[in-house]
Design a protein around this ligand. Structure first.
Ligand SMILES: *Cc1c(COP(=O)(O)O)cnc(C)c1O
Length: 319
């Protein structure tokens, strides 16, 4: 069923069907310039998912799309999902739910802080109901008993697991593949958090392209288990790279920031320090280590996340 669905729709027509009120831009495929690429006879492109919308850019919309489709068709117009204080996923969910007049409830990890993060304030502006869940309780959010309790308290709803980590989320992310499936890339690179987007791109890969996931977390040791849970076809060609997390989630170093600045000067493309900059450092380093054979045509997916850079804005970072 789902396979057919993916065949029939270009992502943009599906997105337009589900969210007719919002204008989304088609993402460009920008060619990147760097002497290193020429020297190694490589072509590198970037799929600019960061450009599709000023608020919900990147991969989050794709992971949500089939949940939104379901919510629109259901009678109980209520979505419940989970995330941390700085979750791009919570923000994206709040925004699209408001547009669709679907009630959204965000379960936030940890006690309510005295001062809410910009992300949580954004969620409130978009009429998301926030519920704070203690860290101990939060560990159980995928357990049956916890989910049953949520059902008792809030009634019928559509549940989106944290970060969209689910088969539906994977299928939505798989739609991204259609933006480049006719371009014969030898490698497709993307940053990995929950691995939902990675799973979607591995699953929808139809040819010999190697899908390369770059972990932004320090201890992501269970990628095979995650793929199994998401029923990913593991005969497909993929590799998981965990050497470029820079100390762990949302950690940054001067080297990383310097790279972002140089990359911006050369390509006029902003990267974010939590995800896309780490992937790009990894890609460049692997080129230097001769991972890619001459003639390779590599796609890097800009998965968005630029709101995470607000802390850098005051430094006139991107000038
Ligand atoms: C959430 C996010 C990711 C990670 O996606 P997963 O599907 O959770 O692996 C990557 N890049 C950006 C910019 C994100 O916001």
């Amino acid at each position: 069923m789902r396979e057919n669905k993916q065949e029939r729709f270009m992502p943009h027509s599906l997105i337009k069907d589900v969210l007719p009120e919002i204008h989304f831009k088609e993402p460009a495929l920008s060619k990147l310039s760097d002497d290193l690429f020429d020297k190694n006879d490589l072509e590198i492109f970037m799929l600019r998912l960061d450009e599709i919308h000023p608020v919900i850019s990147g991969n989050k919309l794709f992971k949500l799309i089939y949940f939104l489709e379901e919510a629109k068709q259901s009678t109980h117009k209520q979505i419940i999902t989970f995330g941390g204080t700085y979750s791009n996923h919570l923000a994206a969910t709040a925004f699209v739910c408001k547009q669709l007049k679907i009630k959204s409830i965000g379960m936030v990890r940890g006690e309510k802080p005295k001062v809410l993060s910009p992300t949580l304030l954004f969620c409130l502006e978009n009429e998301m109901q926030l519920e704070f869940v203690s860290r101990d309780c939060y560990k159980k959010i995928n357990e049956k008993d916890f989910l049953k309790e949520i059902e008792n308290i809030y009634g019928e709803h559509i549940l989106i697991p944290e970060g969209g980590f689910s088969i539906k989320g994977k299928e939505g992310a798989g739609l991204i593949h259609q933006y480049f499936s006719d371009k014969n890339f030898t490698h497709v690179c993307l940053p990995v958090g929950t691995a939902t987007t990675f799973a979607g791109l591995v699953d929808s890969n139809k040819n010999e392209t190697e899908i390369m996931g770059f972990s932004v977390l320090k201890n992501l040791n269970d990628i095979e288990k995650r793929f199994e849970e998401l029923k990913v076809n593991r005969q497909k060609k993929y590799s998981f790279i965990s050497d470029y997390h820079f100390g762990g989630y949302a950690k940054k170093t001067d080297e990383l920031l310097f790279f972002m600045k140089t990359f911006y000067q050369e390509n006029k493309i902003e990267l974010d320090f939590v995800y896309t900059a780490k992937m790009m450092v990894g890609v460049r380093d692997l080129i230097q280590k001769n991972y890619f054979v001459a003639g390779s045509k590599i796609l890097c997916i800009h998965t968005g996340g630029l709101q995470g850079n607000t802390s850098l804005a005051t430094l006139d970072f991107f000038v």
